[in-house]
Design a protein around this ligand. Structure first.
Ligand code: IPM
Ligand code: MG
Length: 360
């Protein structure tokens, strides 16, 4: 029986309750396909600060690096916002990303047909929305040095960060984007701000160099302000969007609205020592513990874990199809509820998904 070790990271806010639903789905897959999953749970973010005084401990990092795949939920909350930047829950997440070295963040943006009326965009605009954002994840302005807040001799305070990329950091993430495109519509749009930023000039040059090995893929470059506009003007023009850490963070939240809810979108951090899978959304502290959070992004992150992390494609398909048919049958958590649907809570949504999981 194939055995895999999965490290679960429930985090803060709604994290624990949605992750426990995803675990039920993984257990069902284990039974159906006869796999054995060994779970370890570790604390990252606010819950780690409360227990150990820091958002990510060395012990936790060791456990993470020894596993086959990581399923993460989300971190952060009002309670820890008084802390300095490098001690906040978010620093724990950035710390794992750095530790595993998962430099490519895959964020698929796909609209389930039964969710069409929920999109913030008109039917005539969404058309066939199915894109994937490949966001560089372990460099750029998030990690660039120098950074900080200083008081200058004249008393003026100055805050600064550095957006920097080395050529190989651009090259490796560009390869992931082109490889993905080869299995899709073979179109890559690389998003930068090359009309202003030097770092983008290098980005563009390197992406063009990598493209030479992918002549079957159509490559276009787009400035980030234009890309932000095109995503709401005509999102179906995109197949693969390749971009840096900061622009990818912003554009993926923007694009998510076309699918109707941030509660539906999974993501993956790949390319490092261990791959990590997590919902795009945050901890939603206002609804934590109320059994109303949408578990779908977390459950679809488990599907991505099967596909990209463990190379188990049938298992991934089983989950994605079950989610789709649950939505087709009208089950909705409050964030995606419309008149005429069946309103359910977090756990009931997962029950409905479990009932629909079949062997592929
Ligand atoms: C995301 C989040 C994180 C990011 C935060 C929580 C640090 O917004 O995964 O998109 O900015 O990368
Ligand atoms: Mg974000």
């Amino acid at each position: 029986m194939p055995e895999f070790s999965i490290t679960m990271m429930p985090g803060d806010g709604i994290g624990p309750e949605i992750l426990s639903q995803a675990k039920r789905v993984i257990d069902r897959i284990a039974k159906l396909y006869k796999h054995k999953f060994n779970y370890t749970t570790v604390y990252i973010g606010g819950c780690s600060i409360d227990r150990f005084g820091e958002p990510l401990t060395e012990e936790t990092t060791k456990t993470i690096l020894a596993s086959d795949a990581l399923l993460f939920s989300s971190v952060g909350g009002e309670k820890w916002n008084y802390l300095p930047q490098n001690r906040r829950p978010e620093a724990g997440l950035l710390g794992i990303r750095k530790a595993i070295g998962g430099y490519a963040n895959l964020r698929p943006v796909k609209l389930f047909p039964s969710m069409k009326s929920f999109s913030t965009l008109k039917d005539s605009v969404i058309k066939n929305l199915d894109m994937i954002i490949v966001r560089e994840l372990v460099s750029g302005i998030y990690f660039g040095e120098p950074r900080g807040v200083v008081t200058l001799p004249n008393g003026v305070r100055k805050g600064f960060n550095t957006m920097s990329y080395k050529d190989y950091e651009i090259e490796r993430v560009a390869k992931i984007a082109f490889d993905l495109a080869m299995h899709r519509e073979r179109k890559v749009v690389s998003v930068d701000k090359a009309n202003v930023l030097d770092v983008s000039t290098l980005w563009r040059e390197v992406v063009n160099e990598v493209h030479k090995n992918y002549q079957d893929v159509e490559l276009t470059h787009m400035y980030v302000d234009n890309a932000a506009m095109q995503i709401v003007r005509d999102p179906s023009q995109f197949d693969v969007i390749l971009t840096c850490n900061l622009f990818g963070d912003i554009l993926s939240d923007e694009a998510s609205m076309a699918t109707g809810s941030l509660g539906m979108l999974p993501s993956a951090a790949v390319g490092g020592d261990v791959d990590m899978f997590e919902p795009v959304h945050g901890t939603a502290p206002d609804i934590a513990g109320m059994n109303t959070a949408n578990p779908i992004a977390q459950i679809l992150s488990a599907a991505m874990m099967f596909r990209y992390g463990l190379n188990l494609h049938r298992e991934a398909n089983s989950i994605e199809k079950a989610v789709e048919s649950t939505l087709n049958d009208g089950y909705r958590t409050p964030d995606i509820f419309k008149e005429g649907n069946q309103k359910v809570g977090t756990e009931q949504m997962c029950d409905a998904i479990l009932e629909r999981i079949r062997c592929e």
